[in-house]
Design a protein around this ligand. Sequence first.
Ligand code: LLP
Length: 385
Amino acid sequence: MNFPVDYFRGVDTPFYYYDVELLEKTIATVKAEAERYGNFDVHYAIKANFNPRLLKIMADAGLGADCVSGGEVAAALAAGVPASKIVFAGVGKTDKEIALALDAGIFCFNAESVPELEAIEALAAERGVVAQVALRINPNVGAHTHSNITTGLAENKFGIGYEQLDDVINVIEDMKHISLIGLHFHIGSQILVMDDFIALCGRINELQELLFETRGLVLPHINVGGGLGIRYDAPDKYPIPDFELYFATYANNLKLYPGQHVHFELGRSIVAQCGALVTRVTYVKHGGCKQFVIVDAGMNDLIRPALYDAYHRIENLCSDKADEVYDVVGPVCESSDVFCHDRKMPATQRGDLLVMRSAGAYGEAMAFGYNCRTLPKAVLSTDVK
Ligand code: LLP
């Protein structure tokens, strides 16, 4: 990724910068690799980044959308994603959100509990429509990732346990306004070990066999969620994740019945590497035993380091001097407003521009206004003159 430093000098910091060419290449790769199989559908997980201009690029490229709120369903529709490619997940969908999705005629609700199914049934009945539903199953598969972003363990709040599944299907059979069309799974995010996805395939295969043997049931749609990770340590070496290996892992390990479709909900792997948070150094402070680079971006602009201890590469666009060791910190009144500890970086001074790499996913989308700070703006490479 190249940064137009001269252009950046004239822009108020902090802001997110997106390389549209890289995003388009990434999308083209995802699509080409998925299309090899004929029955693989990709829904972009909007939660990773819902910047309307990026959403439009996703929609124009023909990706579907994976949404987790009424706001996201509305954003997907506004960007031009057809309702027939929208899936809607989440443990706590409100009546208002369900109504919005029913009125739009989305492809599928990923439902997570009996009370939720009852709410969908009632609202669909009021409208005289039939809602298509996939059941989100908790596969009890661990993932090699941060404990805050694993979702597929029995102790997590997500999904329906295997032992309850039979009862839930019985309940649905009596519902006239719900059509059960699939099963949905998601084990976590930032997963780089393919064995985790293989373990998920194993659980899905077992479950499919069980449903077939006990009920003669084969559902047309299997949604395996998202979770493919990216290389935060080497964004320039690995700008596009290995989608070929990822899809091949599913193709080789998932046992499908004739006519079944596989759906993917990829967020981070599509959008992370094309984005960077650009910030200016306000001060360099020499503390008792440390040197602090104090920047004008804070944890409110990029919360991942504070929340998950996440690593982002930080590069100084204005210095190629010899390395020194710094803590890079923000201005927010919280001790956790730290982007990195003891990081080697070229000698840095007030006014230098720094970029925090691999911040296109869960960066801008998770920004908030603590301390009356303004939300970061976005600059696309196509805006640069
Ligand atoms: N599908 C479901 C049901 C999900 O819960 C998620 C992410 C995705 C798909 C997309 O996962 P991805 O392909 O992006 O890994 N804020 C955290 C990540 C939270 C992920 C939440 N769910 C972070 O910054 O690392």
